[in-house]
Ligand binder design. Structure first.
Ligand code: AMP
Ligand code: GLY
Length: 430
């Protein structure tokens, strides 16, 4: 196997794939200080990755969005290489918010009311009209590493966001077109499915914590922690509404429109007080850090499902089995992330094996001699299983507090928002 990427998601996927009796080696390109068999090829060097996969006969799993949006799957498929991920056309669900919103609108997939603009005038007019009824969200159309979304308190903030994107060009090409939409209220969850272009198999539900600071304050990040399951989408009716009305509807429509979706399809949803889900965003890949608690709960051979997707026979696979337990992941980051932060500090506490049911997934780390250094914003993801959300969270924190470097920090409230509803929401077995 070849796993493309270098984050916690890729470490977690590689770990689970390596556990398959049918996998003899997992290479990671370029990988990090925790992944095995690193290959020094960048995730955007598509030709180099294809040469490597061809040489070793790898089945390739693509982690991050950038190579998908560049067309890595099209290139691999054109060369007859087996690969799990969406084509460039299918990855538009993530790479263009305007395209994704219009796709949802024409296919009856529930989402916030919106308009898409390349000129500020009409964008400001929609801000004014939406602001009469509530909050407004302004989004750069293209990929902006999670930073291109401004959730606005009032009209002034939204007008300023429109101008920062369309007039000052703060987001470069990614913000040359924008989406303006109504702000939704409710409880968020991540609902991710494996797809082969025709069938979709849901993964365990999850939720991430996007803001940098406790109490959901501070700037948006890639994610400071996550847990699974997410009570918001575990109720029977809500789960069905997401599975049928969002995921299956999207997969059928992508196929009908000539760009079948293969890979991990990620729907970020907001569940309103009435239990109805609305799509905030699609991603064309696994979530990070959602992947970490999700793989902890996998009670099946991930390789078998990846292979089935790559070969277009997912519908013939039995439903995957999930541990009827809770999982949580606490991200240990560099102080200052997502803004400027130091790197290069030596991480201590990694030399002992973690407690049972706990795993440390690396993200921004690198090896130097026998040492492991912090080399990024999100550095480690400490994931743990427990019989309740509270016990999973407490096991993850217990281990996370044993690792540190000068300038390490973490949120102290991962899992908050869940415990109140902790009694419900566990679906184990198949
Ligand atoms: P996105 O990159 O589109 O997922 O947006 C990042 C985050 O912004 C989401 O996880 C939500 O927390 C928030 N968000 C995006 N769209 C909306 C919306 N229409 N209403 C409320 N919050 C939103
Ligand atoms: N954790 C959010 C994402 O992967 O997009």
């Amino acid at each position: 196997m070849l796993v493309v990427g270098s984050g916690g998601r890729e470490h977690a996927l590689g770990w689970k794939l390596a556990a398959s009796p049918r996998v003899d080696a997992v290479y990671t390109a370029p990988g990090n200080g925790g992944t095995e068999n690193n290959v020094p090829i960048a995730a955007d060097d598509l030709g180099g990755l294809a040469d490597f996969a061809a040489d070793r006969g790898c089945l390739t799993v693509v982690g991050p969005e950038a190579p998908l949006a560049m067309g890595i799957v099209d290139l691999f498929a054109g060369r007859g290489l087996r690969v799990f991920g969406p084509t460039k056309a299918a990855a538009r669900l993530e790479s263009s918010k305007e395209w994704a919103k219009e796709f949802m609108a024409r296919n009856g997939i529930p989402t916030a009311r919106f308009g898409a603009f390349g000129e500020p005038g009409p964008a400001h007019r929609l801000v004014d009209s939406l602001a009469e009824g509530g909050g407004v969200v302004v989004k750069a159309d293209g990929l902006a590493a999670g930073k291109g979304v401004v959730v606005c308190g009032g009209a002034d903030e939204a007008h300023a966001a429109v101008d920062r994107m369309l007039v000052s060009g703060e987001f470069g090409g990614a913000g040359s077109r924008i989406v303006v939409e109504e702000r939704l209220e409710g409880e968020e969850a991540s609902y991710i499915a494996m797809c082969d272009g025709e069938a979709a198999v849901p993964m365990a539900s999850s939720r991430d914590h996007k803001r940098a600071l406790d109490g959901d304050r501070g700037p948006n990040t890639g994610g400071m922690g996550a847990y699974s399951p997410a009570p918001a989408v575990e109720g029977e009716e809500t789960a069905r509404a997401v599975r049928e009305g969002v995921i299956e509807r999207a997969v059928a429509a992508m196929r009908r429109e000539g760009c079948p979706f293969s890979g991990f399809l990620y729907a970020g949803v907001m569940v309103g007080a009435d239990g109805r889900p609305s799509v905030l965003e699609f991603n064309a890949r696994m979530g990070d850090p959602e992947c970490q608690p999700i793989v902890m709960r996998m009670d099946f051979d991930l390789f078998e499902y990846v292979e089935a997707c790559a070969e277009g026979r997912l519908a013939s696979m039995p439903p995957p089995r999930w541990l009827a337990r809770h999982a949580a992941c606490v991200v240990v980051a560099s102080r200052g992330y997502p803004g400027r932060h130091d790197s290069g500090g030596e991480i201590s506490g990694l030399d002992r094996p973690p407690a049972r049911d706990v795993r440390i997934f690396h993200a921004g780390t690198r090896r130097e001699g026998g040492r492991i250094l912090a080399s990024g914003g999100r550095v480690l993801g400490v994931a743990a299983l427990g019989d309740s959300l509270r016990s999973a969270v407490s096991a993850a924190y217990g281990e996370a507090r044993r690792v540190s470097w000068p300038g390490s920090r973490m949120r102290s409230d991962i899992g908050a928002g869940g415990p109140a509803r902790e009694g419900g929401g566990l679906s184990g077995g198949s």
